[in-house]
Design a protein around this ligand. Structure first.
Ligand code: 4AD
Ligand code: MG
Length: 449
């Protein structure tokens, strides 16, 4: 039985079998205390090994057992004097020692050190907490969409278009450097374009898949392989998409808070953050919404009043940096904030052009500590305008004819967005570097594991 399931009143005094690994031990001549974990809860369970209750061999084995050794044990659950569940060991059923030279010890290691041990770091409480929350979060995403009638679409990993037009694609080739397909295959930067075809029949869809970007930016928020959640809705404008984004985040936050409070306290203590308050802020506070133009004005005022961003002009067309984004979320909104109606020149080709001919119906959601968590838009519905923008942005029209077709055959207005899954996990867990929320991160120059 899992440790989490064992820790219940009804199991007290029952004869039980448990399996797990040693995280910590304290040995003395007559008694040994062991923290055994199996991944099902934060703290595992305390095993009490009393010499007088065990065979000589069993006591000796436990006395010598290095940390991270694997054990299957038989014994009884009791409630200790201070009301903690403990497991009184009766017999070792099976075991396998770890090499005591394992590079994980009793003391805490730095995250940088653990990154070089990506195959072992999941054994720490910290990574167990993060990865268990990550797993639950994936399940919650699927359940949110299932409850709300969205279809899960598996868009291709190998594509021929650079959806975002940023030129950050990885090429797919055979080992003799053959491009194999007709044309250069690339790893997808977003499932959106193919997904849109499905939205024009299933109405509400989402993808949740790996995404690849060859950007050589060694920041704490960028990875070359990351997961993106992309919902898309037909008959919906960008405000409807913003509502959806807000509802998803509120749903996930509530569920995580319910199930993983202990882990949030543990992680919050490690990162010196109030993670519970963070989630409560998402749950209870309406997300602010301001235009890009208004955001520039807010930043101009901040520059004058607070003596920050001194080198920035904040002219129309200037891109918001991470620092600007964090300011808008942390200081101005004190919570999550949508920025919308971005300059057309910076937007992707598929974004709906507003009547002012200067802005597009694109939006970002900014959150404290992270900056951009969501990027999305209403899609351009006008066939001719799309052709014009494709031309202006010097994209290959012939690769996009199928996408343009969608506009010809009964196109219903459509909007959607992408949530960076790792950034969401960073926000929830307080982890500061994207490398520590990915099981085996892929970043420039790193492919060890
Ligand atoms: O803003 P982006 O580029 O939007 C799109 O790809 C759209 N096609 C989505 C859509 O409308 N269906 O990316 C969406 C989100 C970002 O807000 C960010 O959270 C995350 O994906 N993201 C990254 N996360 C980690 N590493 C990277 N290199 C990322 N690039 C984007
Ligand atoms: Mg973006």
């Amino acid at each position: 039985m899992e440790i989490k399931k064992i820790l219940q009143k009804k199991n007290i005094n029952k004869e039980l079998k448990i399996s797990g690994w040693i995280r910590f031990n304290r040995t003395s001549k007559k008694i040994i205390f062991i923290d055994l974990y199996d991944g099902s809860n934060l703290n595992g369970i305390q095993i009490i090994c009393k010499k007088n209750l065990l065979s000589i061999d069993d006591f000796e084995i436990l006395y010598r057992a290095p940390l991270y050794s694997a054990f299957t044990l038989k014994g009884k659950l009791i409630l200790s004097k201070n009301n903690n569940y403990e497991f009184i060991l009766e017999k070792i059923i099976d075991y396998n020692f770890s090499d005591p030279k394992i590079p994980l010890g009793k003391k805490d290691h730095t995250l940088e050190f653990l990154r070089m041990q990506a195959h072992l770091r999941i054994r720490t409480k910290l990574f167990q907490s993060v990865m268990r929350i990550r797993s639950y979060c994936s399940q919650l995403i699927h359940s949110y969409f299932a409850i709300h009638g969205f279809y899960y679409i598996n868009t291709p990993i190998i594509t021929k278009n650079d959806a975002e037009g940023a030129g950050e694609t990885f090429f797919v080739k055979t080992k003799d450097n053959n491009s194999f397909f007709n044309g250069q295959g690339t790893l997808t930067v977003s499932g959106q374009l193919q997904e849109e075809a499905y939205t024009q029949s299933l109405k509400k869809t989402y993808t949740f898949a790996p995404t690849f970007r060859a950007e050589n930016s060694n920041t704490s928020r960028h990875a070359n392989e990351f997961w993106m959640i992309e919902p898309e809705m037909a008959f919906a404008d960008y405000f409807a998409a913003m509502n959806l984004g807000e509802n998803i985040l509120k749903f996930i936050s509530k569920k995580i808070l319910n199930k993983y409070k202990e882990e949030l306290l543990f992680l919050g203590n490690f990162f010196k953050l109030d993670l519970i308050k963070n989630l409560e802020m998402i749950i209870n506070k309406k997300f602010l919404r301001i235009t890009y133009q208004k955001a520039l004005e807010v930043l101009k005022v901040a520059k004058l009043q607070n003596n920050i961003f001194l080198n920035d002009q904040f002219n129309f067309g200037d891109e918001l940096t991470t620092e600007h984004e964090k300011y808008l979320a942390e200081k101005f909104a004190k919570g999550a904030i949508y920025i919308y109606d971005y300059p057309a020149q910076n937007g992707a080709f598929y974004m709906y052009k507003n009547n002012d001919n200067k802005t597009v119906r694109g939006f970002d959601l900014l959150v404290p500590k992270i900056g951009e968590l969501i990027g999305g838009s209403q899609r351009e519905n006008d066939y001719q305008k799309l052709i014009k923008t494709i031309d202006e942005k010097k994209l290959a029209l012939k690769e996009l004819t199928w996408y343009l077709d969608l506009r010809k055959y009964g196109y219903a207005k459509s909007s959607g967005f992408g949530i960076g899954f790792e950034r969401l996990i960073m926000f929830i867990t307080g982890v500061e570097n994207i490398r520590d929320v990915l099981p085996f991160p892929r970043t420039p120059g790193k492919l060890e594991f």
